[in-house]
Design a protein around this ligand. Sequence first.
Ligand code: NAP
Length: 499
Amino acid sequence: MSSQTAQQAQQRNGGREAAVLDAVPKQLLIGGQWIDAEGGATLEVLDPSTGRVLCEVADGSPADGVAALDAAVAAQADFAKTSPRERADILTRAFELLHERIDDLALLMTLEMGKPIAEAKGEITYAAEFFRHFASEATRISGGYQTAPAGGARFLIARQPVGPCLLITPWNFPMAMGTRKLGPAIAAGCTSVIKPAHQTPLSMLALGQILIEAGLPEGVVNIVTAERSGAVMEPLIRSGKARKLSFTGSTKVGKILLEQCADKVLRTSMELGGNAPFIVFEDADLEEAVAGALAAKMRNMGEACTAANRIYVHESIAEEFGRRLGEEMGGMTVGRGTEEGVRVGPLIDQAAQDKVTELVTDAVGLGATVVTGGSAPEGEGYFFTPTVLTGVSPQARMGTEEIFGPVAAITPFSTEEEVVAAANDTPFGLVSYVFTNDLRRALRVSEALESGMVGLNQGVVSNPAAPFGGVKESGLGREGGDTGIDEFLETKYIGIALA
Ligand code: NAP
């Protein structure tokens, strides 16, 4: 998009954008109060479609982090005593407020993160569903009563909140990654300190405001926005006051945090990076497979841990598949996410745009053919033109690294054995996609793929009612589903001697 068009768009939306930005709190939320960071420090929030500053928010210090954790610790005992119904009601009210304010929240998210408004609304809806789901789960926390095998004694099995939690979220889904953690934490009766990514603090701050209005007691959720994430979080992890860390982000940072958590043996949930294979067999419905690839690739401009990273298409249909996907992706309008008709917004920052450019250059250097796109457009903002590459060499860097951009990399294959081996030849294991109309093959391949989730003839797996998570270096634990709340509960066994 030209810079002139970007400026026009901002003028058009100017009044409303300014109002939405003004309305969001810019301070830290600690103990139920909005307060400045130590020394009044602030960090800049940028608009990735222009690179310009949107606003400033508090830049929390290590001391601010400690104050936030102290507030969470102070609130823990009382919050654990609240009834499941009270906690469910708070989540339900927050669910309703998210829907009531969806237009403003979506605009806020688009401004700080870049995704088109329609996708931002989709994320708010998805985020709210975690609150609705865990409102129900709060009232279903169950225990057990059992006779000891030898008779006499009885076992009482109780579920209790883990205790104060540290929650760290990434920039790519600024609201949903927050509610996916806060929903089960609140439902289970845990207090928390949550730290959003420095690029996208605004959605989390708006969520904090909503939780207060929904009646959440003071200190139950504390929000620390900070530029120096490691310096702020490490002392909290090592403090011995927090009992759990739930992290969504890169595998590289996840490994550092796991080491830190070992110090005080914290419970951990790790939602880490992916390198999803997307396999299209020769018997698949081609139209469905192209639509699935479009969804799995282009959701969030390709900036999703679930994004189809390696697209393996049977050699008999690879050319046709590439042509059709190229037509679809080549026809997508790129631009500022606030503009009507835009389907592809900017990448998050300059580093992301540079990395995608490098990966494409590397693949083309190794013989890939560019069907459409292939480079970043001229002008301001961190855009990248939707790109389809065919004949991508298995040696290309994008075979082993997350592309995290709107680039579909197609590699042909000839046999089922070969493609399953290639799909599993990665340290990651978050999600895989399989397109086939052969029932036996569908089950055989789904079972053989080393990933926590499989999309069978569908390009989107995320659903708050399903257990989301990965195996291998993609993570530990599951979020959502009927086990998601377990991550925030301890099991206590009480042995009862009967006379
Ligand atoms: P990231 O660099 O790992 O950052 C994630 C979060 O961790 C941010 O809040 C970041 O804060 C914080 N952080 C960074 N270094 C830290 C440290 N030393 N100590 C404590 N916190 C630290 O990941 P990202 O680039 O933002 O996000 C993209 C990655 O997330 C991709 O790999 C993607 O696959 C993964 N992801 C996974 C899932 C899933 O469910 N499996 C979902 C979404 C994304 P600052 O950025 O402010 O430093």
